[in-house]
Design a binder for this molecule. Structure first.
Ligand code: GTP
Ligand code: MG
Length: 578
């Protein structure tokens, strides 16, 4: 079967100056973590963010043939000054071969989206690259080529990361910028890897990756000083964990990486130290460490304890699973394949029609289906469905798809639009009520009516304004406080009315968690996390009364888009099958 190595991410062409460090002061952090927990974004009603092994039933995913990957680059929507980086995507094409066209096996397995998160240089891309190497998708010759290229760039040890870091900027700097996307399989599961950047400037990209993920691999470097920088000294580990939890990543594998490093040398003491320091923090972030988190030591660079368990002679104290085993064993809440269809569009391009990309958050889709592109209310027909590289007739929830549509032009679609069921369309609103957890405002600013921020909700990035504070929630009783609230400060939970200039697709968190959870960011800092609790009546169109399709908006923030659409020639990475 064709194993797809791809690259997809939220880009960062925006104002880097405005993306400033997100750090909590130590004293405030504990309170904030408790409050995030109390927000209970992963409530019992949530079951939309994950895919069930049973959902992708063999009969539901019928392979037809291969998708042609040729596509054009799409012009970015013209964007005025923007407080956040724009969203963009990069895709690296898969190897295409005749043999792969008949391959159907992968589709019979369950499918999971795994986001790799963690502080800069923790080894996320190296580990992701190693997974592709160990699963036979990258051959020795390619590795040798990368070794040479890395050496030429004086980045010898980065050659494994080059498998995921496919663009020149990333290779020169040794830092992931855009979320790398790749596929691999174990015995029971097809995985989509989303390799997020660790650098603080690229948090919006990380948010985009995490919002598509079911589970997370939190990579922590065990190298002397690196764990400390990433975790204790204001590194990205904390922000990534908090964002992952908020964005619906319900399970975490915490890999203690670089165990081969000479400062670590597979030391049990170092591993235990990291586990004991991370555990209280993960608990405070809302993870049930016993049920939702699994720790394990690895060396991403050497590929140890990854596909097979680490040799006892090297690490006699480890009796747990290797990475592939742990990934295989993760169980997540089932998702309803019969729910109303919802697929937030993360990207679009022209290829014998209009092709949209995204992850199915609810329901199923079949060739020939009539759907709506919301919020423009455009009626479209599904001409073809592609899952990884295979054309399929039908696909269920949790799948990453490309869907070829008729009835809409590519330029009428923006990232953040939602491909939706006709009978039960997604809500399209310019206003909603939400429960917000204030994290840390810029310079301890106060949060009041008139506060403006950038809303990140599924694939939407849109400027918003808090127009009214309705009531504050008592942190102890979790009940609304009686007295009128005019402003709140860091750590508060508040229910408020939020407006956006352009209509966006959203849902109540209780109904579709993945479409109803969001973060607010200002000048590169995550200032609040929230969930949509109420939508205005009339936010759902009635099919009978539907107006004619409208043209896509040309929002100043463009629903976060300024898309570079896959695959651009320069970004092509053709990896021979192993
Ligand atoms: P960003 O994308 O910038 O956030 O970094 P990253 O987490 O993807 O790290 P990357 O994979 O680029 O690796 C950073 C450096 O750590 C490189 O020099 C790697 O060779 C090194 N590294 C990664 N994993 C290991 C490991 O298991 N052992 C050792 N010794 N070095 C490692
Ligand atoms: Mg990386």
């Amino acid at each position: 079967m064709v194993q797809q190595v791809a690259k997809e991410s939220v880009g960062t062409k925006g104002n880097h100056k405005r993306t400033t460090i997100f750090t909590y002061t130590h004293t405030k952090r504990t309170d904030i973590e408790e409050d995030i927990r109390s927000l209970q974004l992963d409530s019992a009603e949530e079951n939309n963010g994950v895919v069930n092994p049973g959902d992708a039933r063999p009969e539901e995913v019928e392979v037809v043939d291969k998708m042609e990957e040729d596509s054009e680059e799409v012009q970015a929507v013209s964007q005025p000054v923007h407080p956040e980086p724009k969203v963009k995507h990069k895709e690296v094409s898969a190897v295409e071969d005749a043999e792969s066209q008949q391959e159907t096996e992968g589709n019979n397995k369950r499918h999971l989206n795994v986001v790799f998160i963690g502080h800069v240089d923790a080894g996320k891309s190296t580990t992701g690259g190693q997974i592709l190497f160990l699963s036979g998708q990258v051959d020795d010759r390619t590795i040798q080529k990368y070794e040479k290229e890395a050496k030429d760039k004086s980045r010898e040890s980065w050659y494994m990361a080059y498998i995921m870091d496919t663009n020149e900027e990333e290779r020169i700097k040794g830092k992931t910028v855009e979320v790398g996307r790749a596929h691999f399989e174990t015995e029971t599961t097809r995985f989509t890897i989303l390799d997020a950047p660790g650098h603080k400037s690229y948090v919006p990209n990380m948010i985009s990756g995490a919002s598509q993920a079911d589970i997370g691999v939190l990579v922590i470097s065990a190298r002397k000083g690196e764990f400390e920088t990433g975790f204790e000294k204001g590194g990205q580990t904390r922000e990534h964990v908090m964002l992952a939890k908020t964005l619906g990543v319900t399970k975490l594998l915490l890999v203690v990486n670089k165990m081969d490093d000479h400062t670590v040398n597979w030391s049990k003491e170092r591993y235990d130290e990291i586990e004991s320091k991370m555990t209280p923090f993960l608990k405070a972030s809302g993870y049930n460490v016993k049920k939702d988190v699994q720790f394990l030591p690895i060396s991403g660079l050497m590929g140890l304890n990854m596909k097979t368990r680490v040799d006892k002679s090297l690490c006699p104290w480890w009796n747990g699973p290797c990475l592939f085993e742990a990934l295989d064993r993760i169980e997540i809440t089932p998702r309803d394949p019969n729910g109303p269809f919802r697929m937030p569009i993360i990207d679009k391009f022209k290829d014998m029609g209009t092709v949209v990309m995204g992850k199915v958050e609810s329901g199923s889709v079949r060739e020939g289906d009539s759907l709506l592109v919301m919020p423009n209310k455009a009626q479209v027909k599904v001409l073809a469905i592609y899952c990884d590289d295979n054309r399929v007739r039908h696909a269920g929830p949790g799948e990453n798809l490309r869907i070829r549509l008729s009835g809409i032009e590519e330029e009428d679609i923006l990232s953040g639009f939602v491909l939706s069921s006709v009978a039960k369309p997604v809500a399209a609103v310019t206003e909603f009520i939400a429960q917000l957890q204030i994290l840390e405002l810029l310079d301890n600013a106060i949060f009041t009516a008139g506060y403006k921020a950038v809303l990140h909700i599924h694939a939407v990035v849109e400027e918003c304004e808090i127009v009214e504070l309705l009531h504050q929630i008592d942190l102890k009783t979790k009940k609304p406080m009686k007295k009128k609230v005019l402003f709140v400060k860091n750590g508060a939970i508040v229910v408020c009315r939020i407006q956006v200039n352009n209509s966006i697709c959203t849902e109540k968190f209780a109904d579709f968690a993945q479409l109803g959870r969001f973060t607010l960011r200002t000048e590169g800092k995550t200032v609040a996390v929230g969930k949509v609790t109420e939508l205005p009546t009339g936010s759902r169109i009635c099919w009978e009364n539907m107006c004619l399709p409208v043209r896509a908006r040309t929002s100043s923030l463009g629903c976060g888009t300024g898309l570079k659409v896959p695959p651009t020639v320069g970004a092509l990475l053709r990896i021979p099958r192993g």
